[in-house]
Design a binder for this molecule. Structure first.
Ligand code: NAD
Length: 289
């Protein structure tokens, strides 16, 4: 018990990630190790992007998923990139395509995303995938929103009829997450807050679940959190103090009922959910897995 009265549970990502990867591994073994392939497309030599792509290939290799790596130089043209993505889109032995974002500014990311067939869109970023999410039809859900859902499920955090405040409305995280949480079967009552929202503190105080995805370091404090509420920190900011989240954990602990650690929380889920989407992509394309 904390001096402020509530023993805040830590929603660690590691056991959730491990359980998800283990279940995918078993699914692949039970299917007799069918060929499943994930292709990544990396343009340029941005070092965080290179690291992210490498971690995705490592996770794939550990599950027995084959990797295709396409790497283009920083100055690659739109036509060159489109040629590569089109070839992957047409290649029946490639089940998932991930174009690492952000692309260099001279490239049109929307046109590239539009070339990825919905069933191969393991990042869940295309108009088709976002449309399916809104329609509630089967499709790939973005890895970070899906990771948040998997965390809530694993730790039995009730969502039905609960008020969830999602802070941040990007098409990568906040917007799809708000749609996902409101879906039939998950059934949260969702408020989507953003940079123009008034009275954010008051709004968050009425929430059972607060999910922050703004990239504003330590901006969510104990003053935002109702006693016992669940707090999910998606933000990642590199500061002089190192990598920090959107949540001021020191101030929130002892008030929240549960809180994701940073690091070690939501960030661990993203690659695991990419693997989930890749296995599902193969199944959608006729692989018996
Ligand atoms: P983004 O910049 O595209 O969107 C940020 C959103 O936050 C915007 O919608 C904006 O309106 C809102 N916002 C900004 N300042 C605000 C404020 N003061 N009050 C309320 N809302 C505010 O960013 P993104 O791509 O959605 O990423 C958000 C954060 O999540 C970043 O820190 C990013 O690094 C992190 N991220 C983490 C993971 C993960 O695996 N945990 C994955 C993707 C992104």
């Amino acid at each position: 018990m904390n001096s402020r009265g509530i023993d805040t549970i830590s929603l660690d990502g590691a056991p959730v990630r491990d359980a998800l990867l283990e279940s995918l591994k078993n699914r692949i073994i039970e299917a007799g190790h069918p060929h499943i392939s994930l292709a990544t497309v990396l343009v340029g030599s941005d070092s965080p992007s290179q690291k992210y792509v490498a971690s995705k290939h490592k996770a794939a290799a550990e599950l027995g998923i084959d990797s295709v790596r396409v790497e283009l130089p920083e100055h690659a043209t739109q036509e060159e990139l489109e040629r590569e993505v089109l070839a992957l889109a047409k290649n029946a032995s490639v089940h998932g395509i991930l174009v690492q974002m952000p692309l260099p500014v001279h490239l049109n990311a929307e046109r590239i995303l539009a070339m990825i067939p919905a069933e191969k869109d393991v990042d869940g970023l295309t108009e088709a995938s976002l449309g399916k999410l809104v329609r509630g039809t089967p499709g790939h859900i973005g890895c970070t929103p899906l990771g948040v859902l998997r965390l809530l499920e694993y730790y039995n955090i009730a969502t039905s009829g609960k008020h969830a405040v999602v802070i941040g409305r990007s098409t990568l995280v906040g917007l799809p997450l708000s749609v996902l949480l409101a879906r039939k079967g998950i059934d949260a009552t969702v408020t989507l807050a953003h940079s123009k929202t008034h009275h954010l503190e008051k709004l968050c105080l009425s929430a059972d679940i607060v999910i922050s995805a703004t990239g504003c370091p330590r901006s969510i404090t104990g003053a935002h959190i109702a006693p016992g509420a669940t707090v999910i920190d998606v933000g990642i900011s590199r500061t002089d103090d190192g990598v920090v989240g959107d949540v001021d954990a020191f101030s929130v602990r002892g008030i929240a009922g549960a809180l994701t650690p940073m690091p070690g929380g939501t960030g661990l889920m993203t690659v695991a959910c990419l693997m989930e989407n890749t296995v599902n992509a193969a199944a959608m394309q006729g692989v018996a897995v």
